[in-house]
Design a protein around this ligand. Sequence first.
Ligand code: SF4
Length: 386
Amino acid sequence: MAIPFLQVARVGAYVVKQHLAGRKRYPLALMLEPLFRCNLACSGCGKIDYPDPILDQRLSIQQCLDAVDECGAPVVSIAGGEPLLHRDMPAIVEGIIARKRFVYLCTNALLLEKKLDQYQPNPYFVWSVHLDGDRDMHDASVCQPGVYDRAVQAIRAAKARGFRVNINCTLFNNAQPAQVASFFDTLKGIGVDGITVSPGYAYERAPDQQHFLARNKTRQLFRDILELGRGGKNWAFSQSSLFLDFLAGNQTYHCTPWGNPTRTVFGWQRPCYLLGEGYVNSFRELMDGTDWDAYGTGNYEKCADCMVHSGYEASAVADTIAHPLKAMGVSLRGVRTKGAMAPDILLDKQRPAEYVFSEHVAIKLSEIGGTKHARQRAEAVAAQGR
Ligand code: SF4
């Protein structure tokens, strides 16, 4: 596992403290999205398809630090949009590190070399570069040639300056196990410190709805990939061993959406990083006022195929604390890639999907604009969503 000892120790102590305090729900990683604007337009993205007035919104330094303080999670993942487009990002990162929280700064790396001087290596800081596979896979995923090569060049530059660099990789249904395994091998040569891998989630606003994985395909794909790397032991994953075991179909987990609470320019997002089904003004309102049982695989149609780390890594971490020997066994032996899979959650009682997202966009547009033009756009967006 490619997580530094300091982080394992601090996050482990935090989780144990929550358990000893009898807290049923607690956050593990804050997903902070200070903007939705991006300099790419990936077909699988559910974040960038907003009208310009919303893409122009930014969380301020103070709003970001208030979110970190309110939430209290030991890890902060700064996503977007492209965070490096936010001119105050160095101050936001500095403020979070000063609070001794581990910062994962997600980036597509197009601006990384240009901005490197604005950051300093720190045990609490890691670049998390988006790479969805090798050159062919990644450039197809981000719908632009040359992005893979620029990202790899930026990773090398960051490593040369002494930064920790992870990659975050989303796999779709056209992923070939041998190609993915070879890509993971290549990352070692580039000097990447850790890999976060996850199946894609079909955001209702993503332009491309064709290439997302269903649950059974996900489990078999991860078995086939991990099989090529000694159950995953060949590669430095920045994830818990039991989350990988879950991806390979060896664990039945219910999702833990409160484990990765999300703060965006809309507010605190209900219920998770992936679904925008409502927004509230405070972290406390999110935790206490969300009907958590209404979500998750088996409960809600939109959750049926989800196996994403932002929903299930916290489930795996809780299981690790409850069953440390099981987790250690998977780490030592590697993930099992043969034999029967764990039973999956039945979907026969799930409630149907609700399509409420466009209304939130419309409300935000009204708040921002107040002009006749903004109101007209808001009404048009709301009408599209009905
Ligand atoms: S299963 Fe959990 S993480 Fe996935 S979309 Fe549903 S609520 Fe979100």
